[in-house]
Design a protein around this ligand. Structure first.
Ligand code: UGA
Length: 443
């Protein structure tokens, strides 16, 4: 099938490459000329396992084409996917200007009927706005061309995006058109194996499903972080509690890991956007507000431990930091807990020596060269001359470190772990004082 994808961000690029891989003819359009040039030269703007070979092999095979020309994309695709960003505006609502400008471009250049698919995470009612915009521009140009608008949200996770796209749990199709439904079923047929994963619904329900999924997951995390905080007051160990409740299949083990808060480009933004949408219709959204508030506080948790441990005397301390990315297997530092921590440490007069397996360039890009941040080449180098160690991301390479070396290198045998990677008893055996989230027992 002939598919066009507007926006080569995470969602657009991965989905485009995966469509090309199963034999669809895909054109990707983006306004960012540098990004498009890089992609043509095999330079992938994001770190995502498995993505580079997928993009380059399909580009070489001619099934994946990159362009900065909206006309090229609109003429090519019978199905046109909108996967551009919806960044939060100043009060947290999703900014739809990119989505609507793509709609304008589509209407301007379309000569034949098209199916327009919104894949960006967009507030309920956006498909109607896209439809209106298309109609308005088509009317202005005196073109009676027919089109359908479909909501088809994406559920991929960074770090596992290619696999998630290849083997989706579900394929949500929000539409009021049987013709559009059957075209999307055909588009997704290569991924719809074993059992029917397609769930068809009205457009508004599809739009809300996307937010509901992310907000539910964020709720699980904030709930668990609240349990961790309570465990500290009660002298319980949240890791036992986690296993205890996760064993109930109604609760499940996933997304109940307590930690130093959730980050990334989705959860914080989507929870906030749904709160704003709720307020706009006069609904208070108390659960979502609490989820957000708990997460904001949780991101300050590590600094709290550190501040209390040193009675506020942090000026001149050198802090080893393992993990900058908001989660493992990505170089993404958007809304990462490490950033909140570093900013608090700097404000208190401490300096940071950080190591992350992927996010070093990103940290350099965000913070430039500042004298209170040193980016180190290995996790061991980050310990050199440091006073204590803090962990913000659960990269696999941090899970079984050389504990005696940590003790030897740090001026104080002190580890603050925001991801609960180690057993408190083992840390005691190694002579390390260990602060973890909701495991107050060893402190
Ligand atoms: C999230 C969703 O998981 C995807 O299904 C969705 O498609 C995507 O947002 C999106 O809307 O595009 P992602 O942001 O890549 O995916 O990351 P997650 O793996 O969900 O992790 C989010 C944050 O939650 C991370 O900071 C992680 O450390 C934290 N987390 C996760 C916890 O603190 N505890 C857990 O138990 C799980």
């Amino acid at each position: 099938m002939k598919v066009t994808v507007f926006g080569v961000g995470y969602v657009g690029l991965v989905q485009a490459a995966v469509f090309a891989e199963v034999g669809h003819d895909v054109v990707c359009v983006d306004v960012d000329e540098n990004k498009i040039d890089d992609l043509k030269n095999g330079i992938i703007p994001i770190f995502e396992p498995g993505l580079t070979p997928l993009v380059t092999s399909n580009y070489d095979a001619g099934r994946l084409v990159f362009s900065t020309q909206p006309r090229h994309g609109v003429e090519h695709g019978d199905l046109i996917i909108i996967a551009v960003g919806t960044p939060p505006d100043e009060d947290g609502a999703a900014d739809l200007s990119h989505v609507l400008s793509v709609a304008t471009a589509i209407a301007t250049h379309m000569q034949t009927p098209k199916i327009i698919i919104t894949k960006s995470t967009v507030p309920v009612g956006t498909a109607d706005k896209v439809r209106l915009k298309l109609r308005e521009v088509l009317d202005e140009l005196g073109k009676p061309t027919d089109f359908d608008v479909v909501s088809n949200p994406e559920f991929l996770k960074e770090g596992a995006a290619v696999g998630d796209c290849m083997r989706p749990d579900r394929i949500i199709i929000g539409t009021d058109s049987t013709k559009a439904e059957s075209k999307l079923r055909e588009l997704y047929a290569p991924f719809n194996r074993n059992h029917d994963k397609v769930i068809v619904m009205d457009i508004r329900s599809a739009e809300l499903t996307k937010y509901a999924a992310n907000c539910m997951l964020a709720t699980k995390i904030s709930f668990m972080n609240e349990m961790a905080n309570l465990a500290e007051y009660f002298g319980a160990d949240v890791e036992h509690v986690r296993r205890g409740i996760g064993s109930d299949p109604r609760i499940g083990y996933q997304f109940i890991y307590p930690g130093c808060g959730y980050g990334g480009s989705c959860f914080p933004k989507d929870v906030q956007a749904l709160i704003r949408s709720a307020h706009a219709v006069g609904y208070p959204a108390r659960i979502l507000e609490s989820v957000e508030a708990v997460n904001k506080e949780q991101k300050m948790k590590l600094f709290d431990y550190i501040y209390r441990h040193f009675n506020g005397h942090l000026a001149g301390k050198k802090v080893a930091l393992w993990g900058l990315a908001f989660k493992p297997n990505t170089d993404d530092m958007r809304e990462a807990s490490s950033r909140v921590l570093m900013e608090q440490l700097w404000q208190a007069g401490a300096t940071v020596q950080a190591y992350d397996p992927q996010a070093m360039d990103e940290a350099q890009r965000i913070y430039g060269s500042r004298s209170d941040l040193k980016l180190m080449g290995t996790k061991e180098a980050a310990l050199d001359g440091a006073d204590f160690l803090v962990i913000c991301t659960e990269w696999q390479v941090f899970r079984a470190p050389d504990f005696p070396l940590i003790k030897e290198k740090l001026s104080e045998p002190l580890v603050f772990d925001g991801r609960n990677l180690y057993e408190p008893d083992r840390m005691l055996e190694y002579g390390l004082l260990y602060y973890a989230i909701g495991r107050g027992l060893s402190v």
